[in-house]
Design a protein around this ligand. Structure first.
Ligand code: FES
Length: 173
């Protein structure tokens, strides 16, 4: 059987292990919490693991996080499957998370979403053919006062309009 390039990449990524530098970063977070509360570091630890693996988490990486924190693996799965900020499948280079919750909807997030889908030629939970963008619909991003809002990688973009979407995406092309 001939493996596709994407399939091979996924297989390679699935073998990724938490690096020593990632463990050191997690250890730095652990110093912020009481010694008996190691599970408090699970959120930053998952961010570190995800960032190291091009934006998504494998089961192996989640297990590595759990083992390093010395907590049950299920305690890590509970967090990684609850929050939309963690991805458990391969994603594009850029993650576009657009809010469609109440304040954003009332501020015409529909127009923003329509422009994003039109420009990227994908629907929610899809990745562009070139692997550059993944589009996500998310719940409130906590910036309702400046709705409509999207989170592009780690950067908030607020008071969005379709024209602003064109400009933001244009700067990434
Ligand atoms: S409803 Fe969209 S940021 Fe709060």
């Amino acid at each position: 059987m001939v493996a596709t390039r994407e399939g091979q990449q996924m297989a390679n990524a699935n073998k990724a292990r938490l690096s020593d530098s990632a463990k050191a970063e997690i250890d730095a977070w652990l110093t912020k919490y009481p010694q008996e509360q190691r599970r408090s570091a699970v959120i930053p630890a998952l961010h570190i693991a995800q960032d190291e693996n091009k934006g998504w988490l494998t089961t192996q990486l989640m297990d590595d996080v759990a083992d390093h924190l010395q907590i049950p693996r299920v305690s890590v799965y509970e967090v990684s499957t609850f929050y939309s900020m963690y991805d458990l499948e391969k994603v594009g280079t850029h993650k576009v998370c657009v809010c469609t919750n109440l304040s954003c909807m009332l501020s015409d997030s529909d127009a923003v979403v329509a422009r994003l889908k039109e420009k990227l030629k994908i629907d929610f939970n899809e990745t562009t053919a070139d692997g550059k963008f993944t589009l996500r619909e998310v719940e409130c991003l906590g910036a309702c006062v400046n709705a409509p809002v999207m989170l592009l990688d780690r950067t908030y973009h607020e008071k969005l309009t379709p024209e602003k979407v064109d400009k933001i995406l244009g700067e990434l092309e």
